[in-house]
Design a protein around this ligand. Structure first.
Ligand code: CTP
Ligand code: MG
Length: 166
């Protein structure tokens, strides 16, 4: 496969996860998922950056992306994969915040690799019973996701959705 074809296939495959990961920045806010509760170490479980509304918005938006892929291809499986991939992306994002809080990193701090790759890997694991990327698509995603993540975060910062550029 040529480079452009590989890039296109990789992005097409992972689109619901990207949408699920980006939607909370725009539609999130309100009550935190952990209800403000603390873990046994006295620090927040996930912290105030992980809200119920953001999680649900990501799940709905990512699933809609899967539905659009179904509409384009006439393959129903895309909706199911879109839903699972979104659930995985949002769970991976929560897991990342959980790890950051255990490491005493405040909400909004930058955790290189974890912030950009955590949601990706868990999204792929959740979707894997129904759709597995080839090894070359997986490697492509490991390379392009941090770049796209940082670029869209910077865009979200410039547009006023985020108060930090990363
Ligand atoms: N967001 C949300 N609900 C989620 C995930 C994200 O409302 N489940 C919103 C929050 O406003 C959050 C923003 O999207 O601040 C950016 O998300 P992210 O960078 O993942 O969170 P951080 O604020 O950096 O928090 P953390 O340090 O826990 O990653
Ligand atoms: Mg962040």
């Amino acid at each position: 496969m040529d480079i452009l074809g590989l890039l296109g296939s990789a992005i097409w495959f992972i689109l619901p996860a990207y949408v699920a990961n980006g939607a909370p920045v725009v539609f999130g806010g309100g009550g935190p998922i952990d209800g403000g509760r603390k873990f046994s170490d006295g620090r927040p479980i996930f912290g105030p950056g992980k809200t119920v509304r953001g999680f649900l918005a990501g799940l709905v938006a990512g699933t809609i992306m899967g539905a659009i892929q179904t509409a384009i291809t006439s393959q129903t499986l895309y909706i199911l994969v879109g839903f699972l991939m979104s659930l995985g992306a949002l769970s991976g994002d929560l897991l990342g915040s959980f790890i950051k809080r255990r490491l005493n990193m405040p909400r909004g701090s930058a955790a290189p690799v974890l912030d950009q790759i955590g949601f990706l890997v868990v999204a792929i694991v959740f979707a894997s019973p129904f759709s597995m990327p080839s090894l070359e698509i997986f490697i492509t995603l490991l390379i392009i996701t941090p770049i796209i993540h940082l670029a869209t975060n910077y865009g979200g910062y410039k547009l006023g959705f985020k108060d930090r550029p990363y």
